[in-house]
Design a protein around this ligand. Structure first.
Ligand SMILES: [Zn+2]
Length: 343
């Protein structure tokens, strides 16, 4: 027996981090979340070029498909390779056959020119027909004028803004700064330390929040629609659901897996094409939260995207998985060398 479901949706991913596993140790030990950004992620993103972005996206897309995730909402930053970066991600995903919605995370960390280039990449990609939103890194790394420009561009293009919100205490002013700008079509990522409610959908990333020791977001206490993301740690959404449930249960012993399951399946509202995809799972029932919360290792046997078989007998058929992994490993070597050469 097996159960067929629509495709899984990862509602917040960073495909650019797929090559990061095994990366060289940071120049110092991060002592808090801001230092994790400064010493790890804000160095990695500076070392990316269009080639490593493409190989990273291809590997991330392959690994998503292997877990039944057919739709990825991606958030990207590569300050030394901005123009064309969203096309490199879209190209990597298209080769594998995964649907992607991506954006460039605008920031003033690299001066006003960097912010303008990020906005321009969002606009260029979206106007050319790319699927996505307008990305913003986070309020605390942006001038207010940049936040306003991103909100204005998103409204002009009829898409929402995809932004990290109050992930750590460094961004505790996000609520005040985004109030009046955020609208119902915004994707608000994390909201761990958000001091007020904002309009939009909240993307909850429980494993990442635990990994960064930022605290528990308590998404069940918010009035917003909640969806699940991985924040770049793969795209195994059944696994993220299990983590979301146990983190909820740890906070509230009366929590049931139905709540985290709703967060998981809400992702399909942000990516309705997922309903056109079919995943046949190794376990029956594969749509019952009480079963899946306690059944590890459930995996897709077959995946169809828009009627096309892309996984057969558990193996991705659109690309050669061994070739994708081998070239990704070579690309990771180039990325790590660039990382070690950074000032
Ligand atoms: Zn993120």
């Amino acid at each position: 027996m097996s159960t067929v479901t629509p495709g899984m949706v990862c509602a917040h991913h960073h495909l650019y981090s797929a090559l990061a596993r095994g990366m060289p140790a940071p120049p110092g030990t991060p002592r808090d979340f801001l230092q994790i950004l400064e010493l790890v992620w804000w160095r990695l993103d500076r070392a990316l070029d269009l080639d490593t972005i493409y190989h990273s996206a291809r590997l991330g897309a392959l690994e998503a498909l292997e877990r039944g995730t057919t739709c990825i909402i991606d958030h990207h930053e590569s300050p030394n390779a901005i123009e064309g970066s969203l096309d490199a991600i879209a190209r990597g995903c298209a080769e594998v056959g995964v649907r992607v919605d991506t954006c460039y995370g605008v920031t003033d960390r690299h001066g006003p020119e960097g912010a303008a280039a990020g906005l321009a990449e969002n606009e260029r990609y979206l106007r050319a027909g790319g699927r996505g939103r307008v990305g913003v890194h986070a309020a605390f790394t942006c001038e207010q004028s940049t936040l306003e420009a991103a909100a204005g561009l998103a409204a002009d293009l009829g898409v929402g803004v995809h932004i990290h919100v109050a992930e750590g205490v460094a961004d505790v002013d996000a609520g005040a700064r985004l109030e009046g700008l955020a609208t119902d079509d915004w994707l608000l990522v994390h909201c761990v330390h958000l001091d007020r409610d904002l309009p939009g959908t909240i993307a909850h990333n429980p494993r990442s929040n635990m990994n960064n020791a930022v605290g528990y977001a308590r998404p069940a206490a918010r009035p917003n629609r909640v969806v699940l993301g991985t924040d770049g740690i793969g795209a195994d959404m059944l696994d993220e659901f299990r983590v979301a449930f146990v983190r909820h249960r740890e906070d509230d012993v009366e929590a049931t897996p139905e709540t985290a399951w709703a967060w998981l399946t809400n992702g399909r509202e942000l990516f309705p094409e997922s309903l056109d995809d079919r995943v046949t799972w190794s376990y029956d029932p594969a749509d019952d939260p009480w079963h899946l919360a306690y059944s590890t290792g459930v995996r897709p046997l077959q995946v169809e995207i828009d009627g096309r078989v892309v996984v057969e007998d558990g193996v991705v058929t659109t690309v050669d998985p061994d070739e994708v992994r081998a070239t990704a490993r070579e690309a990771a070597g180039r990325l790590f060398a660039a990382l070690e050469a950074l000032p």
